[in-house]
Design a binder for this molecule. Structure first.
Ligand SMILES: Cc1ncc(COP(=O)(O)O)c(C=O)c1O
Length: 402
């Protein structure tokens, strides 16, 4: 299979597997795992922070970041529909006890600084929650993985300092942003901000994320990690893969992200030229996300019947694609997502392009690829596999998988 559903499906490289097998380990809850410590130091160095903390996942990275910053009854200001607010089981509410003050994101993934300032509550008013954190996602997933530039990150950090609220960056794909912008990743983490990034996505490690920030913040995050059950013991096995990923140059996984971005753009250019593909401006493909729609889904229908029809067509298309050995996945607002990643070569993208053309024809959205008529749209009940195995038909507007 050419599996483009997510960069979370990446498999560890041979160098990672060797490093994991040979890792020197100890009890990390007691601070005795040298490989974990090395990974935390390397992460902090790369992001210009004082300290780092290995956690189990991106979700845990966000959760411990929030727990370390936000008191119960606090409020988090951030873009609407970011992963933290919409795809982590409402951990911000359930575990942290915080409310979300969501600001619509612009097409470039930013939120308006004036709106952020306006969202800060009056601390003297007992009716209102306490504004406790500003958060931002870089890259921003829903805008097709737009990278947020250093200048914007600096302005947001200055605003945060001005209103005396900490800034926390969900940088699940922060290295993609850095590579796309041609800047060191540390330029995206302003002084006094804290951040998390994922090892287990585009960097191709099997498990883990790292949280970085100042020493006092990391001490609080470490306590929070223990509380949520994230104290792992001989976690050097995991950290060893992370150290391989964070190596400089061709031995690591950071520089090669440029290949994924080039493959994403190449795929997007081809998709955008296909009849039946809608809602895709390939010049907006700046990192590894390709989001597109098919048929009339370029505009998400206003009516229920239209949405249901659009979702059925999309499910049929994805099933046809799957049958041709290519996997993509549903995304919000009727879209489809494809993410090139480690292990996907240019030839796989060429195969994907041919399979997409054929699958579109099979659901009646493009000219037949082989001789004869395009086949009619397949039945709505078609089953398809999702990121979690066989699953139900996607709900209209459902949030996409990580
Ligand atoms: C922007 C963003 N933040 C956080 C996460 C959570 O990461 P994990 O799946 O490792 O919990 C994801 C997952 O895809 C993500 O896309």
């Amino acid at each position: 299979m050419i599996d483009l559903r997510s960069d979370t499906v990446t498999l560890p490289s041979p160098a990672m597997r060797r490093a994991m097998a040979e890792a020197e380990v100890g009890d990390d809850v007691w601070g005795e795992d040298p490989t974990v410590r090395a990974l935390e130091e390397r992460s902090a160095e790369l992001l210009g922070a004082e300290a780092g903390l290995l956690v189990a996942s991106g979700t845990m990275g966000n959760l411990v970041g929030l727990l370390a910053h936000v008191p119960r009854g606090g409020e988090i200001i951030g873009p609407a529909e970011i992963h933290t607010f919409s795809s982590e089981g409402a951990g911000h509410a359930v575990v942290v006890g915080a409310s979300a003050r969501a600001i619509p994101a612009a097409d470039d993934g930013t939120i308006d600084l004036g709106a952020v300032r306006g969202a800060v509550r009056d601390p003297s008013d007992v009716h209102q929650p306490i504004s406790a954190l500003i958060t931002i996602e870089n890259t921003h997933a829903l805008s097709m993985g737009q990278p947020l530039a250093p200048a914007y990150m600096q302005s947001l950090a200055e605003l945060a300092r001005d209103v005396r609220i900490p800034l926390f960056i969900d940088g699940a794909r922060l290295f993609n942003a850095a590579v796309a912008l041609g800047v060191p990743a540390r330029d995206l983490v302003p002084a006094r901000a804290s951040a998390t990034f994922c090892l287990s996505k585009s960097l191709a490690c099997p498990v883990g994320s790292v949280v970085v920030g100042d020493t006092a913040f990391i001490a609080r995050a470490r306590r929070a990690r223990k509380m949520v059950g994230g104290g792992m013991r001989q976690a050097g096995i995991i950290a060893a893969a992370g150290l391989v990923a964070l190596r400089d140059g061709p031995l690591g996984m950071i520089d090669r992200l440029a290949d994924d971005h080039a493959n994403a753009r190449y795929l997007a250019d081809a998709l955008a030229s296909m009849p039946g593909v809608t809602g895709l401006d390939p010049t907006r493909v700046r990192t590894n996300f390709v989001l597109f729609a098919i048929g009339d889904q370029g505009r998400w229908p206003d009516d229920r019947a239209g949405r249901e029809r659009a979702v059925r067509t999309r499910a049929a298309f994805l099933a046809r694609l799957d049958a041709r050995g290519v996997r993509m996945i549903e995304y919000p607002e009727g879209r489809i997502r494809a993410i090139p990643h480690y292990g996907i070569e240019r030839a796989d993208i060429d195969t994907t392009i041919a399979a997409t053309r054929a699958a579109l024809a099979e659901v009646g959205l493009g000219p037949a690829v082989t001789s004869g008529r395009a086949q009619p749209a397949v039945a709505p009940q078609v089953s398809r596999r999702t990121a979690t195995g066989s699953g139900p038909e996607p709900r209209p507007g459902a949030r996409g998988r990580p």
